[in-house]
Design a protein around this ligand. Structure first.
Ligand SMILES: C[S@@+](CC[C@H](N)C(=O)[O-])C[C@H]1O[C@@H](n2cnc3c(N)ncnc32)[C@H](O)[C@@H]1O
Length: 410
């Protein structure tokens, strides 16, 4: 009884958690180009302060609880970095010397492992691997000089992962509190051809403006990423719900009790969803893989999986959002691409009345063959590929009828 009261009080406390300004620090959420605003909106809801949009990143302030929450709840962030320091370096020797000025034993010990991720731009440092090697050498040499022994490097699952960002002479160091990239949610064990990154899928859903208040259909679902992310969003399942490891868990200041409370509070938000989520694809192999991933996410009762050509799918009544990531480029003849995108347009007009249909593709030419006028075009990146997310409003009746109805209502 007492235990549950204490727990309830802790939950209440965290729900209304206000930042203790003395314990706040700067953090940076890294993301995909085009999703910066989505990350900022998510951070605002979490209670982060001093949110500032950067290129492929958002900087913000928060305390330990906000850092744990950002890792657990943000759908559109790839990593949460905690800056350690920054300095200028004109060459590799000054980079080495500057790195040695930090006391690395404060961050990890000789019996722990570490890894360095470097990103470089500008004329001074041109090879990220080489810059990472220099930083690693400086750290290892410091440990060896001080303790006669050195920590090992483990690039897969290190105890401490550090991000080194170099732009011309400016070097920024940050501890990576996520460890593995946050797109690795933990539910996707197998993938079919050209799967979309989970963070991108979640970001595309945010960009459609879907408010969890209508049906959601992906009739080219491949491995099922988009419908799984849609269901997680609809049911408020935290993005990190299926993950057991985050980088901050191996830090010396890890507060296991605070982490459990952050998790419990976020998990209490999980709810039912009243509309339909459909995952369909024409490929039997894709459908088998999607079913497996949906099962891994325990969403088999929440997502309807159908093996069908898009042209034959009967969407749920009441309209909603349709979001597809059609094939592009990969091993398809140009004539097949043209007819595929024409089929998408014809099917939308014929079967998806009342839906707002969204398609993402890097083949900007192919998108034109859909033959409908997009109401919105949003630039977004899928890895190095520049894509467009386009929206088609499929009216119930003709566009002319709709305009006439609107004019009548004026
Ligand atoms: C780029 S993949 C989608 C990847 C998916 N978003 C993921 O994360 O795995 C495109 C998918 O469209 C499917 N497809 C192509 N033409 C189709 C059609 N006419 N009807 C239904 N599915 C189709 C393919 O089988 C393939 O799985």
């Amino acid at each position: 009884m007492l235990k549950s009261t204490v727990r309830r009080n802790t939950l209440l406390l965290l729900k209304t958690h206000t930042l203790n300004q003395t314990n706040t620090f700067q953090l940076v959420a890294k993301t995909i180009s085009g999703l910066e605003n989505s990350v900022a909106k998510e951070l605002e809801k979490l209670g982060a302060t001093k949110i500032e949009i950067l290129h492929r990143a958002v900087s913000f302030e928060g305390d330990q609880a906000i850092m744990y929450k950002a890792n657990y709840c943000l759908r559109t962030a790839l990593r949460i970095l905690k800056p350690i320091g920054n300095f200028g370096a004109r060459d590799e020797s000054s980079l080495y010397k500057q790195i040695q000025k930090f006391d690395w034993s404060k961050f990890f010990s000789i019996d722990q492992t570490f890894a360095i991720d470097a990103v470089v731009s500008g004329d001074i440092f041109t090879h990220s691997q080489y810059a990472a090697l220099k930083v690693k050498d400086a750290i290892v040499d410091q440990f060896r000089d001080r303790f006669g022994s050195r920590p090992s490097v483990n690039t897969y699952m290190p105890d401490f992962r550090m991000n080194v960002h170099i732009t011309n002479e400016r070097v920024t160091l940050a501890a990576d509190s996520s460890g593995e990239s946050l797109h690795k949610r933990g539910y996707r064990k197998m993938v079919d051809k050209a799967p979309i990154n989970e963070v991108l899928a979640a970001g595309l859903i945010q960009l459609t403006g879907w408010n969890r208040d209508s049906n959601f259909v992906d009739c080219m679902c491949g491995s099922g990423t988009i419908p799984i992310e849609a269901a997680m969003y609809a049911m408020k399942i935290p993005a990190g719900y299926y993950r057991s490891q985050f980088g901050f868990m191996r830090w010396s200041d890890f507060d296991a009790q605070l982490w459990q409370t952050v998790k419990q509070v976020a998990d209490t938000e999980i709810c039912e969803f009243d509309h339909e989520i459909i995952a369909s694809d024409r490929s039997g192999k894709a459908i088998d893989i999607a079913r497996g991933n949906i099962q891994n996410a325990h969403l088999q009762h929440d997502i309807k999986v159908i093996k069908k050509n898009m042209e034959e799918l009967i969407p749920p009544e009441g309209g909603g959002i349709m979001l597809i990531n059609p094939p592009y480029g990969e091993r398809l003849e140009e004539s097949d691409i043209i007819s595929l995108y024409q089929t998408i347009g014809n099917t939308l007009k014929k079967n998806f009345k009342g839906f707002q249909a969204w398609a993402v593709s890097s083949d900007l030419q192919a998108l034109k063959y859909i033959g409908l006028k997009p109401s919105r075009k949003i630039p977004i990146y899928n890895g190095p590929l520049e894509c467009r997310l386009v929206c088609f409003d499929i009216f119930d009746g003709s566009y002319k009828d709709k305009k006439a109805r609107e004019n009548k209502n004026l």
